[in-house]
Design a protein around this ligand. Structure first.
Ligand SMILES: NC(=O)c1ccc[n+]([C@@H]2O[C@H](COP(=O)([O-])OP(=O)(O)OC[C@H]3O[C@@H](n4cnc5c(N)ncnc54)[C@H](OP(=O)(O)O)[C@@H]3O)[C@@H](O)[C@H]2O)c1
Length: 354
């Protein structure tokens, strides 16, 4: 089959379409003829030799796919040949064919194109996991029940009802793939959403529902948030930036606040960091990478996400996949450059042609 390949000895050489082995599905997997895949920052890191694929995963780039089932493993019962599916994979998306665990493969609704379906898995699963499982907001926790009122609010007793509506969150890189998914989910919960983004992306974030958009290149975001919250700070922060944002994050998070660190795009080292505010404010700090999670965890996450999201996806103008641009896969090198230059608002898609 054809796949997008690169020279791992010299990753600066352009990506190219070359020939490689077609994967064979194991008994719990399906083989998908890929129609569309999407870019993730992890692809750039993997290409640069800084993020090796997990054991057993394809070495080909690409963490998510949408396409048509062409072969099924002998134990697979939930999909059949001809089904249209999408989902998260450990690697191998930039190819004509890719295997996916059958329980990770989500049936594609007709109202989504393959490009839209390819824009969902990585960013929405990450946002969903952080908001509902890490922060334990709404009724979609790892070990809690299912939706009760359509908004994800716990309404088993009056005290808990709508509590998320009084809570605030700061989502960094608001126009990023994960950021744009997180804004939409938090607005469904009725939360007050602060985001940081470069100036040219402010309208985009506001259109998604962000209440306050901060130009992090020209403003001190901690100062803005403290001013806007009567010095209380935000209850939750989703951070992908790390080093450059550490001090401001700790300054503008509230007492008992929760900070989820999902990446460190500005650097991963902290110098002269003080622990005092973490103690005084009882801040909870967590880190996570979705790719390193066990298959069982990812299957459960996928199942709960589908239960939560599909009723919203089916209503227009509610929660939706956000596509910045679609590149034919022969232009993958341009697509990588475009992401490296921070130009995208939402997802960059590769359309996989014959
Ligand atoms: N831990 C996990 O499980 C997990 C899962 C998925 C993704 N991630 C990570 O989450 C991050 C976001 O992913 P994505 O695919 O949504 O990214 P994306 O769509 O490529 O967006 C990233 C945006 O971050 C902003 N940015 C980049 N460098 C920055 C810096 N030094 N300071 C401030 N802002 C910066 C830029 O927007 P502006 O123009 O606004 O600056 C850029 O467009 C990536 O680092 C990715 O690897 C982690």
């Amino acid at each position: 089959m054809k796949a997008i390949l690169y020279n791992s000895e010299n990753p600066n050489e352009p990506l190219y379409i070359g020939q490689t082995e077609k994967p064979i599905p194991s008994e719990n997997e399906i083989l998908v003829k890929v129609k569309a895949t999407a870019l993730n920052r992890a692809d750039l890191l993997q290409r640069a030799g800084k993020y090796p694929p997990p054991k057993g995963a394809s070495k080909i780039l690409g963490l998510e796919i949408a396409g048509e089932v062409v072969e099924i493993g002998k134990s697979v019962t939930n999909h059949k040949i001809g089904d249209e599916v999408f989902g998260l994979i450990g690697g191998g998306g930039y190819a004509q064919y890719a295997t996916i665990d059958a329980q990770m493969a989500i049936s594609k609704p007709k109202y989504f194109s393959f490009e839209e379906a390819a824009a969902i898995s990585e960013v929405f699963l990450t946002a969903f996991q952080t908001i509902f499982w890490t922060f334990e907001l709404g009724a979609w926790g790892e070990n809690t029940g299912t939706r009760s009122d359509g908004l994800g609010n716990r309404n088993e007793n009056a005290e808990n009802e709508n509590t998320e509506k009084q809570k605030s969150i700061l989502i960094h890189a608001g126009a990023s793939g994960v950021g744009s998914a997180a804004i939409q989910i938090c607005k469904v919960l009725g939360m007050k959403v602060f985001v940081t983004a470069s100036k040219s992306k402010h309208d985009f974030c506001q259109n998604l529902g962000a209440d306050v958009v901060i130009d992090y290149q020209n403003e001190n975001f901690a100062q803005v948030i403290l001013e806007q919250t009567d010095k209380k700070g935000v209850n939750y922060i989703i951070d992908f930036i790390g080093q450059n944002y550490w001090k401001q994050n700790i300054d503008c998070i509230s007492v008992d606040g929760k900070l989820a660190i999902l990446a460190a795009m500005s650097g991963a080292k902290l110098e002269k960091a003080s622990l005092s505010k973490i103690l005084i404010k009882r801040i909870q700090i967590t880190g996570s990478t979705l790719r390193s999670r066990s298959l069982d965890y990812q299957r459960k996450l996928t199942k709960k996400f589908v239960e939560f999201a599909f009723p919203f996806f089916s209503q227009e103008d509610n929660i939706k996949p956000i596509i910045d641009s679609v590149f034919d896969w022969s232009l993958a090198e341009h697509a990588h450059k475009y992401m490296e230059e921070n130009k995208n608002k939402g997802k960059i898609i590769l359309s996989v042609s014959e």
